[in-house]
Design a protein around this ligand. Sequence first.
Ligand code: GLP
Length: 630
Amino acid sequence: MSTTRRSAAEAYEKTNTRIFPSSGAAAKELAAEVRKLIEERAKQSKHVVLGMATGSTPVPFYRELIRLHKEEKLSFKNVITFNLDEYYGLGADHPESYARFMADQIFDHIDIPKENINIPSGKVTSDQVFAHCRDYEEKIDSLGGIDLQILGIGRTGHIGFNEPGSSRDSLTRRITLDRVTRQDAAADFRGEENVPHFAITMGVGTILRGKKLVLMAWGDNKADMVAKAVEGPMTEAISASFLQGHADAHFYIDTGASRELTRIKLPWLVGPVSWTPRETRRAVCWQAFQTKRPVLKLIDEHYNEHGLSDLLSEQGPAYQLNIRIFNQMQHTITGWPGGKPNEDDTYRPERASPYPKRCLVLSPEPQDAVVAMGSTIERLGEQGNDVHIVAMTSGNLRVSDSEADKFAGTLQELAGVVENPAAWGPQTAYAREALRLLEEKGEFGEDPPLIRQLKALILRGELRDAAHACSVSTERVVFMDLPFYEQGRYRRFKSTEADVEALVELLREHKPHQIYATGDAADPSSVSGLCFKVLSAALKVCAAEEWAANCSIWLYRGKEKALEPHEIDMAIPLSPMQLERKARALSRYGSLSSLELASPESNRQNARNYDALGLAEYEAIECFQKWRRA
Ligand code: GLP
């Protein structure tokens, strides 16, 4: 099922690392291991101590444990758990507390005795913190220590909440959360300002006392940290790197999270490579960046000196290899994302006919597509194609209470200034109810349906406005409000058949020639990861239909790691004016994160990369990869 590290990779990978084809496959394997452990101990009438983690990462694993309990009668009666951490200040009933998360995601669905569950309390008073943490440590030890510790990894490389600076021997304690960690939790808490500043966490030393450790990571966004933790030096700056010093520590990762490992990124340094066109292009681009030379100026010696002599002997000399790759990359550049009508399209990324094309731009949350490919959307429309922007989910969880409050307040005030206030009865009642509900639920409470609806309406307005800035008219903006989103919260979403059916219906109605989508490289439980899963399932349903066979699917990257030059199949250059217009379209959104607002800068970086490879020099580029369906 998985790729274990090859021996040559061991020189780079300092912790056992297994790459699985998907998070589901890894979760299944780990759950099977846990099952074995629980059953063996049960036979000896002994307990098992599991160290539990929170976040979206362990969710597929917890779902598999629940399935094993429900369908295969696995009992958790002899299981004792210790959670890694808890936000300081949150009670167990707070919707974002880890206690609540664990109850929702696993404990309420299995037969673990309540008294066997241990989670640090976020509510102990400051003067009790020390004793509480010491007791937690002692309790772990008194039960014989943790048999298996499950871990995720944060964007700062933390395990538990052991932020940069945590020492190898640190124990359970209260810590201050890093800014990056608080930004990452901002969506859960609907705004960074609402994220607690402190947490109680097991220390690195506590974690390392576990007999076996398994760190899971999914999706591109974890790739940098995984590589640093597995291949870099052991350092307090990345607490996950301390797993290198543990005799039975393992990384279980998916292909997305493996991208920055040497054996994946620079496979020629590790062993023999099968030189597919993509790997060849990767090697040539790397070579060019490495030597700071454009592709056409690389010479045989460069290849030989950088471990690429077998590529040269297979596809060289350098002169010819360079030209071939240069031409391939040159052909990715086009000003015609929908294909150029009546032109030879032999070397163009998109075919010329049919023209005009019906294009569906799928945006997981309303803002995603405009952020990532606003200029391409504009270009498609200008060139006569029939473009629809589809907001797959309402995105309402992104909107802060203060925004909702502002809108409801304005609506209520309007009633006082219109000529016939009586005719405004329903609107006034709606506004009053919204304001009452906001007040009632308080800062952290869960949004009742009316508030989610109001927040969705705010985002609808923003998307219509941003679409307008990309020359897409209001009637061409589709709001799907996929049910998985309406019923969930961040890190806990779960798609169902109803989502797939809704998308199938939309696809059949539009019969698109082109679909733009994202999420293939995302954490599979993120909104974009789930939307991609729904798209894959919907396309499978429609596979035999004529339109589907002729539909090209272009993948864009939103919040995930940008495409690298060798991965790009279509590059849409932007002039300074176009980039400026895109930035203006983005400013229409009140809810964009700093990462999303930086999208124009990432477009500029794409252009700098092309320039460095010796291709044309543009202001910015929006990039796409063709999805080659299995
Ligand atoms: C929080 C938790 C960590 C977790 C991390 C990553 O910081 N304290 O234990 O690993 O989030 O979360 P996710 O799995 O959602 O990416």
